[in-house]
Design a protein around this ligand. Structure first.
Ligand code: PNS
Length: 161
């Protein structure tokens, strides 16, 4: 069985993330989308909400599982016997950070966790979760960036805040 993990903050999942999930799910028997539970950040959505969003988005993808993790990715990968991490690359500006992350994970895992990169589809190459949140915060149109139910959830959050 070829298994891989797609880790991220997913606060919230965008159509760009979903595109990577769909494409990676065709390359692996099992793809685990793993949401980082990071107390240091100030997320818009709780981990539970982010997991729910991802589960709903991937309902039609039977080989995709959604999970969450705390701490180091290499520890999560070790515990779950995962040896491949998937990450999306939007532009060259992502590359430096992503290369550092990949190399750190490779070193920390003693060479047992490798990272593969999928280039983001052109239509989503400008997208980021933080950008989506900012557009929504200032009342812009996010309908082309996230599924409708996620857009509703984001608007609801900003109504509450
Ligand atoms: O969606 P993001 O925020 O770009 O995802 C980043 C993520 C979650 C993949 C990365 O921050 C991560 O794996 N964090 C867990 C802590 C860790 O393993 N750090 C070591 C590498 S610096």
């Amino acid at each position: 069985m070829k298994r891989a993990v797609y880790p991220g903050s997913f606060d919230p999942m965008t159509l760009g993330h979903l595109d990577i999930i769909k494409r990676a799910s065709e390359m692996f028997d099992i793809l685990i989308v793993a949401v980082l539970n990071n107390n240091q950040k100030n997320p818009l959505f709780s981990v539970d909400e982010r997991v729910k969003i991802l589960k709903r988005a991937t309902e039609g993808l039977p080989n995709v599982q959604v999970d969450s993790f705390s701490g180091l990715l290499c520890d999560y990968a070790y515990k779950n016997d995962l040896h491949v991490a998937v990450r999306g690359l939007r532009a060259v500006t992502d590359f430096e950070y992503e290369l550092q992350l990949a190399q750190t994970n490779r070193v920390l895992s003693g060479g047992k966790l490798d990272t593969i990169f999928l280039s983001t589809s052109l239509e989503y190459s400008y997208l980021s979760s933080s950008g989506v949140k900012e557009i929504a915060y200032f009342g812009g149109d996010i309908s082309k960036t996230v599924p409708d139910y996620v857009a509703d959830m984001i608007h609801e959050k900003y109504k509450q805040n």
